[in-house]
Ligand binder design. Structure first.
Ligand code: ADP
Length: 495
């Protein structure tokens, strides 16, 4: 991972970490979970109730339909049998005289069937259930009326006022005009149900018990694979095909969490490293300052050395000041990650000239010539950040140069690609290839003593890289040891 990528990851993680730290005050997922669990339904229970209700309803509907069909069938069968018996007996009576007919009727053994013989005027001649003399004229009975005019067996079901029951009648007229009628009392549907209620209820109870057991078994069978899901390896589960999208989402979330944790860890270790580096960097100047100051306080410095000692103290204090300034700049760049910086139009050439002018005396001290040239090139961004970048790059160009060396700052706007290209080139000491990526890391120095002697903090390029990211720019280094270094920064143009 390059230095710039590492820093980006660290910032991202730091931001997330701060979000996480805020989290307990804002939302309480665990509490929510606990609240929900009291309202939550059990899947096993829901499935059990659903399957049970469904199967019991199904059984009841089937039972009712079956009973109704059985009843209808039983009724139809009874009517057919009664009609057939009537036809057979009528055929027998046809060939007999009246006394023989009465004898034949009296000899009928089925006491459940009522046999009635009526003459052509409706007078009842024979009835095996009632006393003939007390019976009214039957001429107007619907089945008799119809039988007088029909040659077939007439079948009717109606309420008998004599028997006070639902009765099925079959009547057939003989050739002599008399009518033979067979009658049978029938059960209504309710009576039919009553008659089969005991076996029916027993059967229903048995079926319901079976449904109870089966529902329990089925609901358990459905839920067991869900219970045994292994969420530590979501994609290894093969419980149900329909769960795959959910498991894939869980897997993705877990990977994301792992990544975030890794970033957090990285950020934490970077922060620890940064803190210890800052303390370490501060220790040296502080030791020097306090040492010399103590000597001066105790009057242990000769008069002629006092000036030199004061200068040493002053230089170290300056170094510390630069270090603190750079630490503050880095912290600010990290802190305000989310703020929109690209809020002003800045002319890169103008800022470059301004920074070169600020560093003029430093350049003169080091006998380095600084030139700025190019065209007006505007970018959107923060002027302060651009100034910090240019200051650090030009300063490095001077610092890591030779006597009589030069630093060339060029700036041009590429209208075809809508980019602004800034380059800071020096003909100084250069950087060996193996260090070129590392120089952007905090406190990384190729030549530590030179950096420290000339007031370097080790944070200059880390700030440059950070600020470039904020400005949406990319940074490249091209260097040859002993020949010089060119830093190129490509910004998106403002217009
Ligand atoms: P410093 O404050 O030490 O200059 P920087 O972060 O600015 O820290 O630079 C990191 C290191 O990269 C420096 O110590 C130096 O070794 C190297 N470096 C930076 N700029 C140049 C350059 N223009 N020429 C040669 N080396 C450079």
């Amino acid at each position: 991972m390059s230095a710039s990528e590492k820093d980006a990851v660290a910032n991202d993680a730091l931001k997330k970490e701060s979000l996480l730290q805020d989290a307990p005050t804002k939302n309480t997922p665990t509490n929510k979970g606990q609240q929900n669990s009291s309202k939550q339904k059990s899947l096993t229970h829901t499935l059990y109730i659903t399957i049970l209700t469904f199967s019991v309803c199904l059984v009841l509907v089937f039972a009712l339909a079956a009973v109704f069909l059985m009843y209808k069938n039983y009724e139809a069968d009874a009517a057919d049998i009664l009609a057939q018996n009537t036809q057979e007996l009528a055929t027998r009576l046809e060939s007999q005289n009246k006394s023989e007919q009465l004898k034949t009727l009296a000899s009928q053994a089925n006491v459940n069937v009522r046999y009635t013989f009526i003459d052509e005027d409706g007078v009842v001649l024979y009835d095996n259930w009632e006393n003939v003399s007390s019976m009214p004229n039957h001429k107007t009975r619907p089945e008799i009326e119809e039988a007088y005019v029909s040659s077939r067996v007439v079948v009717q079901e109606r309420y008998s006022s004599t028997l006070e029951k639902e009765v099925l009648y079959a009547a057939k007229s003989l050739e002599d005009g008399n009518v033979l009628r067979l009658a049978e009392t029938r059960h209504t549907l309710v009576q039919f149900l009553q008659s089969i209620s005991l076996p029916l209820i027993c059967l229903l109870v048995l079926v319901c018990l079976f449904a109870f057991a089966l529902s329990r078994l089925l609901s358990k069978k459905v839920v067991t694979p869900l219970d045994s899901l292994d969420f530590s390896k979501p994609l290894k589960n093969s419980a149900y095909e329909e769960m795959n999208p959910l498991l894939e989402r869980i897997d993705a979330q877990q990977n994301l969490l792992k990544e975030q944790n890794q970033r957090l860890e990285d950020a934490n270790s970077m922060r620890r490293e940064f803190t210890s580096n800052v303390s370490h960097e501060m220790k040296t100047p502080l030791t020097v300052i306090s040492g010399y100051a103590e000597l001066m306080k105790n009057n242990m410095v000769k008069k002629e050395d006092q000036q030199r000692f004061s200068e040493l103290i002053y230089d170290e204090a300056k170094n510390m000041q630069s270090l603190i300034d750079d630490v503050l700049i880095i912290s600010k760049l990290e802190e305000s990650e989310d703020e929109v910086y690209a809020n002003e139009v800045v002319d890169v050439l103008e800022v470059a000239k301004e920074q070169a002018a600020r560093l003029e005396s430093f350049a003169q001290e080091n006998d380095v010539d600084v030139n700025v040239w190019g065209t007006q090139a505007k970018i959107m961004g923060s002027r302060t950040q651009l100034a910090q970048m240019l200051h650090n790059l030009i300063e490095n160009g001077i610092r890591y140069n030779k006597k009589g060396g030069s630093v060339k700052v060029t700036c041009e706007e590429k209208t075809d690609t809508h980019q602004v290209v800034l380059s800071v080139a020096d003909n100084g000491v250069g950087i060996a290839l193996e260090f070129q990526e590392k120089i952007f890391e905090r406190f990384y120095r190729v030549d530590a003593s030179r950096s420290k002697e000339t007031g370097g903090t080790g944070l200059g390029l880390a700030i440059v890289k950070h600020a470039a990211q904020r400005l949406g720019a990319s940074i490249y280094v091209d260097s040859t040891e002993g020949e010089g270094t060119t830093f190129t920064i490509i910004f998106p143009a403002a217009f």
